[in-house]
Design a protein. Structure first.
Length: 171
């Protein structure tokens, strides 16, 4: 027997829960949840559909909230090297999200990367020099050329992140 709080604790993906149920039934293993009891084909069909719709609705609400924050020039999620997340609260003690401020030390590294690139240094050479100088990369490890170059289509990497020219791009 597999015991869970509810079916959505096993999976909210309709195809996945149907597959799990099918494999468990084949092995003569029952799935029992505290909220539904013994899970049957009917539960898998109905609850699986409801859970999938819940995920879609949650994703839509999340994107709508992010879009609203970006429209207010706030972060839609994630953070770029050279910026810190600002943690502050409103008068009711609720967190105000999406604000950021420049991290002076990291911003100087960003400026250095752009200065070096403008004079003709390759992303690989810039990475080697940053590593040689003991400057930690965004993840805390070593710099790689892709961290600097990034991907033009995705707008990532230091050189392709439009946030460094004052433009917030989201989605």
């Amino acid at each position: 027997m597999v015991l869970a709080e509810a079916m959505d604790r096993l999976s909210r993906d309709q195809e996945d829960i149907a597959g799990v149920f099918k494999r468990m039934a084949y092995a003569n293993v029952k799935i029992v949840t505290l909220s539904e009891g013994e899970v049957t084909h009917l539960h898998v069909g109905l609850k699986g559909t409801m859970n999938a719709l819940f995920l879609k609705d949650l994703a839509d609400k999340t994107r709508r909230g992010q879009r609203g924050r970006v429209a207010l020039a706030k972060s839609g999620g994630g953070n770029s090297y050279g910026y810190d997340v600002v943690k502050h609260f409103n008068e009711n003690g609720e967190p105000l999200r999406g604000d950021r401020m420049i991290n002076s030390a990291e911003a100087e590294v960003v400026r250095r990367i752009f200065r070096d690139y403008v004079v003709g240094k390759s992303a690989k050479r810039i990475a080697v020099e940053l590593n040689r100088d003991g400057i930690a990369a965004p993840g805390g490890g070593d710099w790689g050329f892709s961290t600097i170059n990034g991907n033009t289509k995705r707008g990532n990497g230091i050189l392709n992140n439009e946030m460094y020219i004052g433009r917030i791009v989201w989605n």
